[in-house]
Design a protein around this ligand. Structure first.
Ligand code: A4P
Ligand code: MG
Length: 173
């Protein structure tokens, strides 16, 4: 894909997930790949959480985290870079919501709304997932969902108010 470089950087939030193999090391290595990309700068990392699997039963627990970056890459170029990093870490796409070594999703890119064949922004499930909202709250509880117009802390509280068990505490990585 040709890279169209922007003249001013944007902010993007990237969700890390995985439940196969040495996930913690895969996360660290992927974060390093992102931080070392010439058009990306790592701004913040959330804590790392062990989370119960959403999706098909019988899967191992996941690890989840979120990082914030600034980037000169357009959204589709950023997605392509993240998919390259998934591939380097042995990601093979099998079952939807099934086990994986490393899943890198773009949660949001500035306040952009996008619905295309390959990319939906903000991520369609982000407001429904503690394993995304809790790490976002670590970095900025005031982070505002671009379409729902509620912040990460309010969205997380709605899930807890609906009776979901809170996640166990996170750890640095
Ligand atoms: N795509 C569209 N929008 C985006 C976006 N904002 N970011 C497209 C990244 N990709 C996006 O993704 C399928 C396609 O989604 C991509 O080719 C891209 O063009 P995929 O990663 O290949 O396939 P998938 O894993 O089946 O889908 P997805 O949407 O990444 O899965 P989810 O929704 O992330 O669910 N339980 C726990 N506890 N923690 C987890 O992290 N993750 C999943 C995967 C299931 N259960 C989990 C967790
Ligand atoms: Mg994905």
């Amino acid at each position: 894909m040709p890279t169209h470089k922007k003249t001013a950087p944007s902010h993007a939030w990237i969700a890390f997930g995985g439940n196969q193999g040495d996930v913690r090391n895969a996360f660290k290595s992927a974060r390093k790949n992102i931080a070392e990309h010439p058009d990306c700068k790592l701004l913040h990392s959330s804590l790392l959480y062990q989370t119960p699997p959403l999706g098909p039963a019988g899967q191992a627990d996941y690890l989840n985290a979120v990082v914030a970056i600034s980037t000169y890459l357009e959204p589709l170029n950023l997605l392509a870079i993240l998919q390259d990093i998934e591939r380097i870490h042995g990601r093979i796409r099998h079952e939807h919501w099934g086990p994986r070594t490393l899943d890198l999703d773009i949660l949001a890119y500035d306040d952009l709304h996008l619905q295309s064949h390959t990319l939906t922004l903000p991520h369609s499930q982000l407001h429904l997932r503690q394993f995304v909202l809790k790490p976002l709250c670590d970095m900025n509880p005031q982070w505002l969902h671009p379409s729902i117009k509620k912040n990460a802390s309010e969205l997380l509280q709605s899930l807890l108010d609906s009776g979901e068990e809170p996640l166990e505490s996170g750890s640095p990585w």
